[in-house]
Ligand binder design. Sequence first.
Ligand code: KMH
Ligand code: ZN
Length: 284
Amino acid sequence: MSASTVHTTPVGTLITVAPTGAEHAKADVPNLPVTLDELVRTARDCEAVGAGMIHVHIRDADTRPTLDLGLLKETVAALRAETGLVVQLSTGGAVTDHERDRLRVLDAMPDSASCTMGTVNFGDDVFMNRWEFIVELHERMRERGIVPEYEIFDLGQLASLRRLLDRHGPPAGGHVHVDLVMGVPGGMPGDTETLVAALRLLPEGASFSATGVGRTAIPVMLAALSAGGHLRVGMEDTLSYARGERVKDNAQLVARAAGLARIAQRPPLPAADVRELLGVRATG
Ligand code: KMH
Ligand code: ZN
């Protein structure tokens, strides 16, 4: 391991909940939170059992994914009013969303926003993230004081992140936080070997969380904890709790992650500590 990859194990675990996503249909997943009321209730429940940050995709009145700016602003305000969670909006949206709409998400002024570090096959679709678009997201977030979470779907995207930071400087808040999204069909596999390979490519001083899509959820969670990483869980990524058992709700997934984090002697970080970890400015 080179000096640049040595990282100290944090004392606690950031647990991010990704409750909704853009891919599942409410008709197929009736317990998916899609209205603002459902989202706020979910956020409160998840905070109570250990979540420190929420990764948000919203839906319209027909339960379809939307990047409507008014609704996004309303969502940020409601989550801030009802919870202490760090509010992270997705700029990834759905694979069909246009760049201009994805950039406009930042005008809702969340605490944090996702920034995917490259184009990746995404099941039968393509999740497009051109280099110029990534740079634009990075710069606009810095102008607005929004802390990015760099989403990594494949190992080469970590090399792109280093290139971004080398050429365009550190993000808002100064700290680099990465989320490894593993097990997407078309992206990197969700297993321990790949997670370890990713660690070697992390920028110096960066923190990381990891999430495993579908059945990779548990192996990725255990690997991330053992490697000093943070966790992302939620129905965006996983609808199955165990073999043959559907997820009851997002809080069930957060509670399991929190339990494992405690067993690992790195209990869930409360939102105030998450703000400090990520360099998120105070709101209000
Ligand atoms: N829905 C995916 C196409 C993100 O939120 O930034 C992209 C995604 C990543 O979920
Ligand atoms: Zn997302």
